[in-house]
Design a protein around this ligand. Structure first.
Ligand code: IMP
Length: 434
């Protein structure tokens, strides 16, 4: 039984939610291994929309265990709200959800520091989601973080929280020159939340080792995208976790060899929210048309997404880094009516054409895309259910991407519905068995 990873290849928002939902239907365990409630995975089930931020995408499927891995940073109040929302809609969350006790907790002071640091950065701001993600990971690395397991030990938690609050108060008032928030209730509130989740808190690595021993199907659910990865992405305009398959070992708690297969999700064009280089961005009317056609507004923050043509330089880079076995291309329907289409096949940097992805942020900022034009199509694709029923130009577009990236397109998605997806020209019938 293969274990499969699904990761984003771009700057997040590739439509992983729907892909994960499809694979989760036949998974035994679904694991989030990185990020926090900065993510927003949208799934449409029988016309009803679910947006998941922290909870893995198998939660809507019976018989699936959903693990929030130790590499995730958990805002307990946000988790409680998400659980309540699902329970109110009849989802038996407690049966299906587990949380690794080693996961670090996001406290309100992390969100406050997130806001302060963004103000402090001024023009150099990252455009974070403001969820306290970066400061929580920073505390983890600085060894001042507090883990979920610590919250279940009142004396230990009190000591660590006291130290963290003192440090954050000094930082916020003396460095950022802001008024620290009042946290007199924080200990009790956090304790109550931790107690509420006590029965769900587990040793994730043991759970996964046992699942592997029993031959279960494990789905590793990526959040954000490879280009937002702390090491591989457009640093410093990245998120603070390891978003690619390389984050799974540490963030889920499995040996790297436990990952049998890697699938990468990319939109048929590109989007990005927040600041940072985006070489194939369209700052013109076509970009605006893409935003409207794709309804490109953030699932978490509602911010308009920056839009651009497909970036092959970034896609090849991300596909290689993740060792992809298959590609899943989403939102192809959005490109209907755009003719001609363009794809960035290289960057022109300091007068030279490059097909590698530069590490230097200033070079990326200046990079001019080298375009390849391809014919577009006018037809609406949302009712298409197989590759050969696509317009000829859409088939050529997919063949071009597949050939250039060098990875088979396993699935093509042409709308948000569960039924609006079909195998690519070289895609297998059953994604789990491919
Ligand atoms: P942070 O993760 O909130 O620290 O934000 C860092 C950068 O990652 C910002 O540019 C965010 O807009 C971006 N980001 C974080 N999570 C997501 C996501 O789920 N989708 C798209 N962009 C994201």
């Amino acid at each position: 039984m293969p274990s499969t990873a699904v990761v984003g290849l771009q700057w997040g928002d590739e439509g992983k939610g729907k892909i994960i939902d499809g694979l989760a239907a036949e998974a035994d365990v679904v694991v989030r291994y990185a990020g926090g409630n900065n993510a927003g995975h949208t799934v449409l089930v029988e016309g009803e929309k679910y947006v998941l931020h922290l909870i893995p995408g198998g939660i809507l499927h019976e018989g699936t265990i959903n693990l929030i891995g130790r590499g995730v940073v958990v805002d307990l109040a946000a988790l409680a709200a998400e659980v309540d929302g699902l329970v109110a809609r009849g989802v038996p969350v407690e049966e299906r959800l587990r949380i690794d006790g080693r996961a670090h907790v996001i406290f309100p002071y992390h969100r406050h520091v997130d806001r302060c640091v963004e103000i402090w950065r001024g023009e150099g701001r990252i455009g974070t989601t403001g969820r306290g993600i970066g400061p929580a990971y920073a505390d983890k690395v600085a060894r001042t973080g507090i883990r979920l397991a610590d919250l279940l030990r009142p004396a230990l938690f009190e000591r660590r929280l006291h130290a963290a609050l003192a440090e954050k108060a000094a930082l916020i008032s003396r460095v950022y020159e802001q008024e620290p928030e009042d946290h007199t209730e924080l200990f009790e509130e956090s304790r109550a939340l931790a107690e509420r989740f006590r029965s769900l808190i587990v040793d994730g690595a043991s759970l996964l080792a046992e699942a592997r021993r029993r031959g279960c199907r494990i789905l590793f659910e990526g959040a954000q995208g490879s280009m937002l990865d702390l090491d591989a992405g457009t640093y410093p305009y990245v998120t603070s976790s390891w978003t690619g398959v390389w984050g799974i070992g540490g963030g889920a708690g499995v040996p790297p060899r436990a990952i049998d297969r890697a699938l990468g999700v990319a939109k048929a064009y590109c989007t990005r929210v927040g600041e940072g280089p985006f070489p194939s961005e369209l700052r013109d009317e076509t970009g605006e048309r893409l935003r409207q056609a794709g309804n490109e507004y953030g699932a978490t923050t509602g911010r308009p997404r920056r839009c651009g043509w497909f970036d092959l330089v970034a896609a090849r880079y991300a596909a290689t880094l993740n060792g992809l076995d298959g590609l899943l291309l989403t939102n192809l329907d959005v490109l209907s009516g755009f003719d001609p289409l363009r794809v960035a096949v290289a960057y022109r940097v300091e007068g030279r054409e490059r097909t590698d992805f530069p590490a230097e942020i200033d070079l990326l900022e200046q990079a001019e895309p080298v375009w390849r034009e391809l014919p577009g199509w006018q037809e609406d694709l949302t009712a298409v259910r197989c590759f050969r029923d696509l317009p000829a130009a859409a088939r050529s577009y997919l063949r071009f991407l597949e050939q250039e990236i060098g990875v088979p397109i396993e699935r093509v998605s042409i709308g948000p519905g569960r039924e609006q997806i079909f195998p690519g020209e070289h895609g297998s019938e059953d994604l789990w068995l491919s």
